[in-house]
Design a protein around this ligand. Sequence first.
Ligand code: NAG
Ligand code: NAG
Length: 834
Amino acid sequence: MEERRAIKTKLIIPFLLVLFASICCSSAVDTMSANQIVRYNETIVSAQETFELGFFHPGNSTNYYVGIWYKQIPNKTIVWVANRNEPLTDTSAELTLTLQGVLILRNATNGFIVWSSRKSSTASVKNPIGKLLDTGNFIIQEEGEDINQKDPIWQSFDFITDTLLPGMKQGWNLDTRTERNLTSWKSDDDPALGEFSYGIDIRGYPQRIISEGGGKIKFRGGSWNGRRFTGIPSMRPNPYYTFIFVLKPKEIYYQYSLENTTLMRLVLKPNGDPERLYWSHSKQEWILYSVAQQDRCDNYAVCGPYGNCNTEDSPICECLNRFEPKYPDQWRDTEWSGGCQHKIPLDCNSTEGFNKYLNLKLPDTRDSWYNQTMTLVQCEKKCKSNCSCTAYTYTNRSGDGSGCLLWFGGLIDIRTFAEDGDTLYIRLSASELDSKEKSSRSSSAGREVRVIVPVAIVVLVILVSICLFYRFQRKKQQQQETIGNISRHDGESGSGNEDLELPLFGLSTILKATDNFSVNNKLGEGGFGPVYKGVLENGQEIAVKRLAKTSTQGLYEFKNEVISISKLQHRNLVKLLGCCIKGTEKMLIYEYLPNKSLDSFIFDKTQSELLDWPIRYHIIDGIARGLLYLHQDSRLRIIHRDLKLSNILLDMDMNPKISDFGMARTFGGNQTEANTNRVVGTYGYMAPEYAGNGNFSIKSDVYSFGVLVLEIVCGTRNRGFAQNENFNNLIGHAWRLHIEGRSLELVDKCLGELNNVSQVLRSIHVSLLCVQRHPEDRPTMKNVILMFGSEGPLPSPNEPGFYVGNIKHDTTQVSSSCGISADNELSISVMSGR
Ligand SMILES: *[C@@H]1O[C@H](CO)[C@@H](O)[C@H](O)[C@H]1NC(C)=O
Ligand SMILES: *[C@@H]1O[C@H](CO)[C@@H](O)[C@H](O)[C@H]1NC(C)=O
């Protein structure tokens, strides 16, 4: 404090001078004038006290450095380091600004210069000053000059270390051929130049890349497609920050800026992982907002040339359609780096054309060519006319994007996204082309064709019209039949004018069936409302789920959702028979299953004796198949989000049926407000990343499935499982026994004599694979089924993840993210704390 006051008085005279000199534009900033000395324990602070420049020692290191950090944050978060490669071993150094406008760091004892700022121009300087701006940028400028009009003599923003702050430019100044990229620290204790760098690669069409020592690519964020970098789907419009990519003859850079006052930084960790973090004022800590590199498919070029990586597939690599493995033996051994080749090799024949591939991360553009003003048609022509052009794409979103982009040679580092990926047109020989492309291609192939094609089209149109007419007639008939059905259920079927394939039940039918929702008929209370048993007039038994009234979802959307979900048909899913909508009242009508839910068997002493191992195994298998159908085989791709024993119903033959699927989507999706006091999902079944950050994916379902399997095998609940040791849940217990090779001790006493020990052990093993901490380590349901079905060796599981936080605390976060991150694997969580 004393020293601070001392430096303040020292600064006051030059400071006043500056104030007089630039009354018009500068706010009160502590400045450094020429020959001014800053010593250890003295700092320079930005005007609004956001940042501070001074001496620090990182982590456990005893070395000293000059750096910039956030002033308000208690534990120094360093955002910039001056002498990162020239550490100081004691506190005697001095920082000075020379009369020539160079910042130097000098060992005060022997006078040696340890570090100095490089001066970019040789122009003479009259009266240099240094100041720390509120953005965290330390600049040296001519006194009184406005940096909005003239570039500073030197600025720390030009020498990015491992942190990209809002306003910094990650990329190139092509005038001076200088690159501004992030380079990692060696370790958390050592800010010296590390192994990884994160910048913009300008060979070919620019792309964002993390490279390792020796120029090896670690991760390719990819090329700019007008909205984001093609390989980073987490970059999307959000309320917290905006981002731009600038591609001009003189400069190429990425930059982001904050939309409100929250602090945010993008840092390249010593291990090469880029993390975007924001400061939570309430928690007083940095919270991870997103990571660019997320899963195995983000490792550069895993599947080799023309290979396509898809985390949903097992194995993750497959050849692009119309391509085959170049080295089939290696490929079978999961050695994919050799990649794929055309099934029919190209020969530069003029009949070659292009097929369209959707939802991709565009391949490496280091060997590419682009022209931002060409049209799509010109682009195809350009690629076609050059035999070595293998593919093209075209993006021009309101003038932003690559325009026409051509690839030459192998297409490397492609992956498939579930949605929102880019489109690539790949060159193929004539016989491989999809029909649409074929016809447009042949239309340009000669005069005869020009005559034949219009005639063919006319004939086709006539045929199609006739077909459509007949189908329309048939449909109309059917529709009348359906409406007939509905009216048989009830007279007041409401707006029956749409082409509904799902029966609408009238409210009076339901009231009659459930005896006015009598308490005696209540089966239970599910996630989205109470469930009642009912009997229709024709004797059919039904279960009626009465949805909470607070839904804000429109009627039309609701119907559409219900119709699409009713189309999901699988023997391991509960069948949706119809719905009932009347005013604010919305109900779903399901088939009624007499055997109730699985938890009433498993956790009941007497009932559980009914379930011997073969039946349990049959149940586990059925659940896995139902879930696989939801994740992968159905057209909707549904993440259940609340998989638990009480949501598994059993029919007469003990076949498991998953219920409540699609509920989060139908009802919870737009239900953020109604759900703020309740987590979608059940504690004990929720994957840590979902419970903690609201990230859900098919892999969080896999986690719940793993818990479920353990519970079925062991006959105990995961949560509330009390064992004397430090683990208070079943997963922890199972994990410890697994490590100690005593897994069999886990098995329910009820199972008595086991004659399939290996199957039991295998189930426990698979369930431990499912509950691994990192979602990317967990298998997909497809893999799970393969593992159950085979007898080969299994990978050994990593440590399981459990969520140990305070659930109340995270409630808002979890439910408020539902609407935003639906269906995106590992998508970002929502910020809280304001
Ligand atoms: C890009 O395409 C436009 C339109 O075809 C053309 O006028 C221009 O010269 C091209 N630029 C380059 C660099 O090839
Ligand atoms: C085809 O493109 C390559 C790469 O841009 C170029 O080197 C070659 O000259 C082109 N060939 C023709 C015939 O235009």
